[in-house]
Design a protein around this ligand. Structure first.
Ligand SMILES: Cc1cc2nc3c(=O)[nH]c(=O)nc-3n(C[C@H](O)[C@H](O)[C@H](O)COP(=O)(O)OP(=O)(O)OC[C@H]3O[C@@H](n4cnc5c(N)ncnc54)[C@H](O)[C@@H]3O)c2cc1C
Ligand code: FES
Length: 339
């Protein structure tokens, strides 16, 4: 088995949020994180040992002392129901380090946030952080089935009364207004097209928001998306990657991570993450499928080819962000930096 850098987090409290969601508050945070990032939790299974599921942090690193994730039950879903039914104070859960790039470049930016259902989880972390540490205007459009299913309704009310000039929350209730159409979402976004946009929710909602923003001419580079999906692979029980023949065309790669620089040869058919783990380098990862961005790093020099990318958008790519789990070398020399 490959070495996995994981932590045991002790549950301090389980807070029921709505009839089908709960928050897990953990005792001590053994690592730092950025607003909008997620944890990958290991969930025991009689069937296969364990499964891994990602949950965004709903706490803010700038406001909250303790880590918190918020989990909404998926109908017939294994992991989410296990968490809501089985965990209580004192239990421990294994977690990978926080990861992900659904996080504002600057908390001072004006932000237009679209969330639906459990998509509020990373978004509330961004809201709390931007209000506490930033200076911009924050607009949240938040869609839910009905009033009872609004997670963090009370916390949002308190934030609006504390920051009346900086925070605007627009609730959309399907029970009252029907499903939000792209045109309706465009209407809500229209006064704020200069803001940085963050979107998280079920796929049809995200498609509607993207269509609405496109109709307003909002450049794709300003729109950041977080897609929730269950991991197919299990990073906690990842088998050692198949050995790769060192080919004559091997590149060299220089990798800066945690204040150290490593120089390695990099066979042209091997993915960067596999090469780093093989060399004993503690590089972050979660899905290993190009779907979560936990392995995102910056290409400083040279060129790579990404075999699969479900998560980086055009702005990320323009900035030189790549997925280590999907990258193979194109040029003879490549330089990579983890930030
Ligand atoms: C970056 C990211 C952030 C996310 N953040 C959040 C968040 O903040 N809040 C949130 O609620 N969700 C979040 N999600 C979604 C979350 O990771 C899960 O996809 C979601 O909770 C559904 O998982 P589930 O196991 O309940 O359901 P499913 O994925 O539908 O579970 C069914 C799967 O589990 C298998 N299964 C069923 N029973 C067992 C068993 N006994 N043993 C082993 N396998 C079994 C089935 O074969 C099937 O494949 C996020 C996802 C990502 C990628
Ligand atoms: S580990 Fe998830 S995208 Fe690479």
């Amino acid at each position: 088995m490959a070495e996995v850098r994981s932590y045991r987090l002790r549950v301090a409290e389980v807070i029921p949020e709505t009839v089908d969601s709960c928050s897990l508050v953990f005792e001590d945070a053994p690592f730092s994180y950025r607003p909008g990032q997620f944890l990958t939790l290991r969930i025991p299974s009689d069937r296969c040992g364990s499964v891994a599921r990602c949950y965004s942090l709903s706490s803010s690193p700038h406001v909250d002392d303790r880590l918190q994730v918020t989990v909404k039950r998926t109908v017939d879903g294994y992991g989410s129901n296990w968490i809501c039914d089985s965990l209580s104070a004192g239990d421990e859960v294994e977690s990978l380090v926080p990861a992900g790039i659904f996080t504002p470049a600057s908390l001072d930016d004006d932000l237009l946030l679209f969330a639906a259902g459990s998509g509020i989880t990373p978004v509330i972390s961004i809201v709390k952080s931007a209000l506490a540490r930033g200076s911009g205007h924050v607009v949240l459009v938040y869609a839910n089935r009905d009033e009872q299913s609004v997670i963090f309704a009370g916390a949002l009310r308190e934030l609006v009364s504390r920051y009346p000039d900086r925070l605007t929350v627009v609730h959309w209730l399907e029970s009252v207004q029907g499903l939000p159409t792209a045109a309706a979402l465009a209407g809500l976004a229209a006064p704020f097209t200069g803001h940085q946009v963050f979107v998280c929710g079920p796929a049809p909602f995200m498609t509607g928001v993207r269509e609405g923003l496109t109709s307003l001419g909002v450049p794709r580079q300003r729109v950041h998306l977080e897609r929730f999906k269950s991991l197919g692979a299990n990073p906690f029980e990842q088998a050692e990657p198949a050995p790769v023949e060192t080919d004559a065309g091997a590149a060299t790669v220089s990798v800066s991570l945690d204040g150290e620089t490593h120089e390695l040869d990099w066979p042209s058919s091997q993915k960067l993450l596999d090469r780093l783990l093989e060399a004993g380098i503690d590089a972050p990862f979660s899905c290993r499928e190009g779907a979560c961005s936990a392995c995102a790093c910056r290409l400083v020099a040279g060129e790579v080819k990404m075999l699969h990318n479900d998560v980086l958008d055009d702005e990320d790519l323009d900035e030189g962000i790549i997925l280590a789990c999907q990258s193979i070398p194109v040029t003879d020399r490549v330089e990579i930096s983890y930030e």
